[in-house]
Structures are given as structure tokens and as C-alpha cells.
Design a protein around this ligand. Structure first.
Ligand code: ES4
Ligand code: ZN
Length: 326
């Protein structure tokens, strides 16, 4: 098996990373103090004790509650800088970062505050951390599509520096079809499109993301394996799936990492990529996810190269930017 040093040295591309999911417990407490916010936690250990999840919703409850500490553009900038520093250590060369604006606007934070706090730091990622980056705003599917449409309209009007849009939060009962109009508007403005689908939801949601939202990549997508016609469709078109091994284990989508279908997905020829999703909540960053795959499945240099290459090909990069990563 590959060594830790070899795993770290592998040039990595991260395509599924929620910036709010990089909010570490220590930073939560520091920002709470800085902003004079009272949290319902006695101390760091009390907070850490709550990181045990039974499903996606049980995680989302903690994830959204902890965001209360993110108030100013400086808070979002500090969060983003901390992620970039950690990603650089992990060997990340390019990151496409999700931001959930509605998780902040619904609690009174201005859209420009969260977007510029993150975007201003991402703009410096190459100069400060030696990695390129892009911002993808994700809409909360468990909130009304009309609200997403209003936020997207505002982002377009303010000429926000975004590469694309995505769709996340509680999946079951919130099918992609509800967001057709939002994605059509995004496409009309030249924005790239991705969506979470087939994490907890059925293969039908993956089909909808592909055919109705016309996404370029599917976030998670692991339940696609239940539908052979869908697998064939994804393989033929080499549509990338941004798979998140630690996330799937911690949200009980799979029982243990050893039960994860990633090797089976690779064997079927799916364009699998490895991602960290919400690393502060799920037990590790991108290097840790790769390391665990190497340890659990004995993946070798060839498989890791395939996973990395899949991510480089699926990234929203110009050919000039892509070439040195291939
Ligand atoms: C998420 Cl793992 C996951 N699934 C859906 N929505 C999310 N938002 C943040 N992490
Ligand atoms: Zn996600």
C-alpha cells in the first residue's frame, strides 16, 4: 500500500466541500466569544460530544445551529482561510467550494457579507496557498424554490464572483424537479450546475438532476448503483460523481467504510471522485479520506491516479488551468 507521504504528495482536486462544513469546534467557540454569542454548549468537549449522527437530518441540525457564530465578513474570511491552509497541507491543488447563502440570509446576515467574506479570500488562494479555487453557491432544497430564485437573481444583479450553483440540504421529499426554474436561470447566465442527488434520495432524483437540471456533475450519487440504466448513462457520458466516503459513513448511508461501494463504482467505470464534504464534522479532510481508502481497500497508485484524473477532468477549469494538473 501507498505510504502517508505518497498520499499527501498526490495532487488533489476537491469538488464537493461545504465551507460551513469546515467550521471546526475550536473556531466555533472563538467566533462565539468574538461576536458575543451564547452557545448551548458547556465547553469544547460538550460540543464535540454532539458529533454523532444517525442520518443526514441529524447532522444538518447541528451544522445549521453552529452557523450562528458566522456573523461578519471577517468571520467568513477566517473560516475560508482556515480551510485553504488545511487543504494546502492535504495536497489540494484546486478546490471548488460550496457556500449556502440561505443558511445565513435567513438569520439576518446580508447576502453580500457571506459571499464577499468567502470570495475575497478565495480570490487570493493561488497567491497565498498555491491552489486555484472557485465558488459555487448552493441552494437549500428544503426551503421554497421561490426563495432560491430570489437569491440567485440578487447574486446575478450584484455580479457575484460565482462559477456555478448547486443544490443541497435535506434530500428526501425535495426532488430536483422543484428547482427547474432556478437552474434554467443559472444556465441562461452561463453558470455551471451541480446538485446533490442519490445521497439519501432514490435514483429517480439523480435522473431528474441530469435531465431537468442538466447538471455537469452529481454530488454523492451513490444510490445510482440501484439503477443499472442510470449507471450505464453515467458511465457512457462519464458524468462525474463527487463521492464523500467519510460523510457516507458518518451519516449512516453505509455501515462502515469497508462496506462503501467506491471500489465497485470504479470497477463499473463510473467517473468517481473523492471529496471531504463537511470535514470538520465527518472526521477528516481530503488527505484523510484518501488515506482511509488506501488502508481499507488497498488502493494503489493506479487507482488513486484515476480518482485524481477524474476530478481534474470534472473541474470547472479552463484547459490552460487543467493541463498542469493532468
Ligand atoms: C450536506 Cl452531506 C450533505 N448533504 C446534503 N446537504 C448538505 N449540506 C452540507 N452537507
Ligand atoms: Zn455535500
Amino acid at each position: 500500500p501507498l505510504t502517508r507521504a505518497e498520499v499527501l504528495a498526490l495532487p488533489k482536486v476537491e469538488l464537493h466541500l461545504h465551507i460551513e462544513g469546515t467550521l471546526e469546534p475550536e473556531l466555533i467557540l472563538r467566533l462565539a466569544e468574538r461576536n458575543g454569542i451564547r452557545l448551548p454548549y458547556a465547553d469544547l468537549d460538550d460540543l464535540r460530544a454532539r458529533y454523532e449522527f444517525t442520518d443526514l437530518q441529524s447532522f444538518l441540525n447541528l451544522y445549521y445551529a453552529n452557523m450562528a457564530v458566522l456573523q461578519t465578513a471577517e468571520d467568513f474570511a477566517d473560516l475560508t482561510r482556515a480551510y485553504l491552509a488545511r487543504a494546502q497541507q492535504a495536497g489540494v491543488r484546486h478546490a471548488e467550494v460550496f457556500l449556502d447563502p440561505q443558511a445565513h440570509t435567513v438569520r439576518g446576515v446580508a447576502l453580500a457579507t457571506c459571499v464577499s467574506g468567502v470570495a475575497d479570500v478565495l480570490e487570493q488562494s493561488e497567491a497565498e496557498f498555491g491552489m486555484t479555487s472557485a465558488l459555487i453557491v448552493t441552494f437549500l432544497r428544503d426551503r421554497p424554490a421561490a426563495e432560491a430564485l430570489a437569491v440567485l437573481t440578487e447574486l446575478i444583479e450584484m455580479e457575484a464572483p460565482i462559477e456555478g450553483i448547486g443544490l443541497d440540504s435535506a434530500e428526501v421529499g425535495h426532488p430536483p424537479v422543484d428547482f427547474e426554474e432556478v437552474f434554467a436561470l443559472a444556465r441562461a447566465h452561463g453558470l455551471e450546475c451541480v446538485a446533490h442527488a442519490g445521497e439519501e434520495g432514490p435514483p429517480e432524483y439523480v435522473w431528474q438532476a441530469l435531465t431537468l437540471l442538466q447538471v455537469a456533475r452529481v454530488d454523492h450519487g451513490i444510490r445510482s448503483l440501484e439503477d443499472d440504466a442510470l449507471v450505464s448513462h453515467l458511465v457512457e457520458r462519464q458524468i462525474a460523481l463527487t463521492v464523500c466516503p467519510f460523510s457516507n459513513v458518518r451519516l449512516r448511508v453505509v455501515d462502515t467504510l469497508a462496506d462503501h461501494p467506491l471500489p465497485a463504482m470504479l470497477a463499473r467505470g463510473l467517473a468517481v471522485t473523492v471529496n471531504s464534504d463537511d470535514p470538520a464534522y465527518f472526521g477528516g479532510y481530503l488527505d484523510d479520506n484518501f488515506q482511509a481508502l488506501v488502508t481499507t481497500f488497498g488502493l494503489g497508485a493506479t487507482e488513486l491516479a484515476t480518482l485524481s484524473r477524474n476530478a481534474v477532468l470534472a473541474a470547472f477549469l479552463t484547459e490552460e488551468q487543467r493541463e498542469p494538473l493532468l
